[in-house]
Design a protein around this ligand. Structure first.
Ligand SMILES: C[S@@+](CC[C@H](N)C(=O)[O-])C[C@H]1O[C@@H](n2cnc3c(N)ncnc32)[C@H](O)[C@@H]1O
Length: 319
């Protein structure tokens, strides 16, 4: 019998069956190997995903609208390049953007409400203002929402060795007011009110709690009279985003910005707010003291002439 099975003829005849059996065994082995090697990997992936989610909560848009997770090249490097163009300080731009980013994450983690706008626009503003070396430490923010950006700006100015004194103008009306748009409850769930603004400013220590908060509209003559008691080294225009609103704020800023002072036009060139660039272009066609320095993300930066308001160029200063 053995001789029969091992004969050449029998071996040739049985070869297809043997090959079929071999294929089946190999398939079983591959499947078994895949199962034993793959399962630990799949398990590890599940564990990593579970661990990643809470970390993502520090950066994603849940509860604040905008994601705070910039990409290295498209966002961070571009912001540093734009900031270098406006300030001429590449090292300072790199340092400030990194510090501003950490500050933004910390403030939104600890504060009440949020800072409005995209991550790079916020980091750009927080970084640019101290780098532009304003002529004095008086800062006016028109439109504050939760006061959290002003809080961050105080910190960034202090980091540059400055002693910021902040004045805020905002209606603090419960929700954000924007003419022509219906703003319902904020994504953070927090009402826009003075208590929220003060809670955030307290995070910036003594300079934060010393902030002047003027409730009202920037075009209101009473508000203007109270706030126009000084010349500002920095004015952030971020209130009424309509063309008429921005035009009125620019006209006011023109009169109360200190010689050499900085005007920041927020949401400049933002497709959602075309009125801002429209008002800017009209304003720049007038006899203005302001010169356009450039744009970082969605903010435009202007500097006032060194001559005081109302003084024709060339008639001030010592000869
Ligand atoms: C875009 S938010 C400001 C965001 C804030 N600067 C930040 O960076 O987080 C605009 C704010 O301006 C306020 N606002 C609207 N019209 C205003 C006006 N005429 N004067 C002052 N504030 C105004 C809105 O109610 C809102 O609180």
């Amino acid at each position: 019998m053995r001789a029969l099975l091992t004969s050449k003829v029998a071996r040739r005849g049985l070869r297809p069956i043997a090959e079929l059996i071999d294929q089946r065994i190999q398939r079983q082995i591959r499947r078994a190997l895949a199962d034993t090697a793959g399962e630990p990997l799949r398990q590890e992936l599940r564990t990593l995903r579970n661990r990643q989610r809470p970390l993502e909560l520090f950066f994603d848009g849940t509860g604040r609208g905008a994601s705070r997770l910039p990409s290295a090249a498209a966002h961070l490097e571009r912001t540093v390049t734009e900031l270098t163009g406006v300030t001429g300080d590449r090292d300072g731009a790199e340092r400030n953007v990194a510090q501003a980013f950490r500050l933004l994450i910390a403030l939104e983690a600890l504060g009440v409400g949020r800072i409005a706008g995209g991550t790079m626009n916020i980091c750009g503003k927080l970084s640019a203002v101290p780098l532009l070396d304003p002529p004095n430490d008086e800062i006016l923010e028109i439109g504050t929402l939760y006061g959290m950006f002003g809080t961050g700006l105080i910190r960034m100015m202090e980091r540059a060795g400055r002693d910021p004194r902040l004045t805020i103008v905002d209606p603090l009306a419960g929700t954000q007011l924007q003419p022509g748009t219906s703003m319902t409850g904020d994504v953070t769930g927090t009402p826009v009110r003075g208590a929220a603004v003060r809670a955030n400013l307290a995070l910036a220590g003594a300079a934060g709690t010393a902030t002047r908060i003027q409730q009202g509209f920037s075009a209101d003559p009473e508000v203007r009279a109270l706030v126009s008691d000084r010349s500002y080294g920095v004015i952030v225009v971020d209130g009424d985003h309509s063309a008429a609103g921005v035009a009125a704020d620019l006209e006011w800023a023109e009169r109360i910005v200190a010689p050499g002072g900085i005007v920041v036009l927020d949401d400049f060139g933002h497709p959602k707010w075309p009125g801002i660039k429209e008002a800017f272009e009209k304003h720049m066609a007038t006899d203005t003291r302001l010169t356009f320095l450039g744009q970082v993300a969605h903010s435009g930066y202007l500097r006032a002439a060194e001559t005081p308001a109302g003084t024709p160029a060339g008639t001030s200063g010592t000869d």
